[in-house]
Design a protein around this ligand. Structure first.
Ligand code: GLV
Ligand code: MN
Ligand code: MN
Length: 416
């Protein structure tokens, strides 16, 4: 195998150039899925991959697949990628690194004239973040047969626009049925988004799996009444109920060593200083490596919500909108990442991912694994999110080597 190297400068330039699409004053990115800014970065991705001679396929969930041919057109591609959408106060690296490093790996193959055995693809998954349309990873969820496409397309943002309408508006509803796209394997490079690699002084995380996570939507209904005239004992204050639910979620998670629980959205209606809030919408995100722990947190929160509702005279309804079990990645793909980290000379450690990723859903239908690089102070979903040029380059180099390692495994299996 030729000793191929990615170009750190080119990768960094792409990261900084695309960070300009939706740049925020504090140095982050706000590029919510299926917005005009998302269309702009998609158009950029399309132009880049087509200039490398790739064929672009877009599926009917808007996911983009840029394909470079190998020796064997009959084999499903080895894919790499991540997502180009961001959180409202997202950083420059969450998702973007995985797509742009994959693009850089592909460019390196192209410039070297290297012919792989299997075709190679770079993927940009739609709506990984779930910030605008819940749940997260909705397109890879449909791809893996976990969600129905029609259900996903009917999901609405907080203004009422549906995923399907937004997809049509930006012109990225493709013709291929989502899921009708076989992959030989999928590799996703990502910043760790947590503190462990940096604390351990390791350059590369060999990701063996992803912890379980569950999302819920809760509606609390009380009575909107006059803030000046309604005596305290006569109130049915939905926001007071919500405040107690927020406490209950925090307490439920703190009972367990590794569990986390978050209320990320809380909307009170009607939203006037002198009206007791009559209705609240909130979201709950629960995670733990063991799904049984999430069951216990869920039961605990539901019981507390019943008590809160009875005490304050509120109707509280909770709906599960996604439930992802813990995932173990494919040993062949994990092995390819380990070999790639070794051959590239980086220090590494095995770890699980605490964040959700498209690779978790993809692993249900194709062998998959992930590569992590450290990020400063473990901070992510924040405009200050940062990984250095060298750290990004290390991840991209390992990504390229892992794909080449897997390609060699396929060549051995199917005969060159
Ligand atoms: C993905 O961004 C997640 O919530 O883990
Ligand atoms: Mn991400
Ligand atoms: Mn994210």
């Amino acid at each position: 195998m030729k000793n191929l190297s990615i170009d750190p400068g080119r990768l960094w330039d792409d990261l900084m150039a695309t960070a300009g699409i939706g740049a925020t004053p504090k140095g982050g990115i706000c590029r919510l899925t299926l917005t005009d800014l998302d269309r702009e970065v998609r158009d950029w991705f399309k132009a880049q991959t087509e200039s490398l001679g790739c064929t672009l396929t877009v599926d009917d969930m808007g996911t983009m697949f840029a394909r470079r041919e190998g020796q064997r057109a009959d084999l499903p591609p080895i894919a790499m990628g991540s997502h180009l959408d961001t959180q409202p106060t997202g950083g420059k690296f969450d998702g973007a690194l995985g797509v742009l490093a994959a693009l850089e790996a592909l460019r390196s193959l192209h410039r070297a004239g290297y012919e792989t055995f299997a075709p190679i693809e770079v993927i940009n998954w739609t709506n990984e973040e779930g910030a605008r349309f819940a749940p997260p990873m909705i397109a890879s969820g449909v791809f893996a047969g976990v969600y129905r496409r029609d259900w996903a397309c009917a999901r609405a943002d907080r203004s009422g626009e549906t995923f399907g309408a937004a997809l049509d508006r930006i012109g990225y509803r493709g013709t291929q049925a989502c899921g009708d796209h076989k992959l030989s394997a999928f590799f996703e490079l990502h910043i760790e988004q947590g503190p462990y690699l940096e604390a351990d002084g390791k350059g590369i995380g060999i990701v063996t799996g992803v912890q379980a996570m569950r999302w819920y939507e809760m509606t609390i209904v009380g009575q909107d009444t006059h803030a000046g005239t309604t005596p305290m004992p006569r109130r049915h204050d939905a926001l007071l109920g919500a405040a107690r639910v927020v406490e209950a979620v925090n307490r439920a998670a703190r009972q367990f060593a590794e569990a986390v629980g978050t209320v990320g959205i809380l909307e009170a209606k009607p939203g006037s200083p002198n009206v007791v809030p009559g209705e609240v919408f909130l979201t709950i995100d629960l995670r733990d490596p063991d799904a049984a722990v999430i069951d216990r947190m869920e039961q605990d929160i539901a019981a507390q919500a019943r008590t809160i509702g009875a005490e304050l005279g509120l109707e509280i309804a909770i709906k599960t909108i996604s439930a992802e079990p813990a995932v173990q990645f494919d040993s062949g793909c994990v092995g390819a990442v380990r070999a790639a980290a070794e051959i590239s000379g980086y220090t590494s450690r095995d770890m699980i991912s605490r964040a959700g990723h498209d690779a978790a859903f993809v692993s249900r239908v194709a062998p998959a694994a992930m590569i992590f690089v450290p990020c400063k102070d473990g901070i992510s979903h924040n405009e200050a999110e940062y990984s250095s040029k060298e750290q990004c380059a290390a991840g991209a180099q390992v990504l390229l080597q892992a794909v080449l390692d897997y390609d060699r495994q396929l060549a051995e299996r199917y005969g060159r």
